[in-house]
Design a protein around this ligand. Structure first.
Ligand SMILES: [Zn+2]
Length: 137
């Protein structure tokens, strides 16, 4: 193997991706769920289904209700499906801190388009900036 000395890139599983995207948006499960129910008697069901998406080992079946969280926060359904359906070596590259993928528009703390960090290829420029501001602050 050519990359023998390099530690393996951590594998992001579907439930990790859902949680990372929600955390990056700074919303709770209840806040995310509020985009998906209208009648109060549906609230508990919707919150349970959305929490289920983040349960370790859980993969949404394609024929079941769509795991599209994009009404609540930035979420790429295609990325989610690939994390569910393909082996880790075929997973799309996503930011290991926030779950951003290069097909999704996201802005950094300066309002510029996010791209891959040059210093750490595992994260996006927004997470790099947030990490740096934590170190300074
Ligand atoms: Zn990121």
């Amino acid at each position: 193997m050519l990359d023998e000395d390099k530690p393996a890139r951590p594998v992001v599983m579907p439930w990790d991706y859902v949680r990372m995207r929600r955390k990056a948006a700074g919303v709770t499960i209840a806040q995310a769920a509020a985009h998906y129910w209208k009648r109060p008697e549906h609230q508990a069901d919707v919150e349970r289904n959305i929490a289920e998406l983040e349960r370790v080992g859980y993969r949404m079946q394609q024929h079941f209700f769509s795991a599209d969280m994009s009404r609540a926060y930035s979420f790429n359904v295609d990325v989610y499906r690939q994390l569910c359906d393909t082996p880790p070596d075929q997973h799309p590259r996503i930011c290991l801190a926030c779950g951003w993928d290069q097909w999704t528009t996201q802005y950094d703390t300066n309002g510029d388009d996010v791209t891959w960090s040059k210093a750490d290829s595992d994260v996006c420029t927004r997470c790099e900036q947030l990490e740096r501001s934590k170190e300074i602050g």
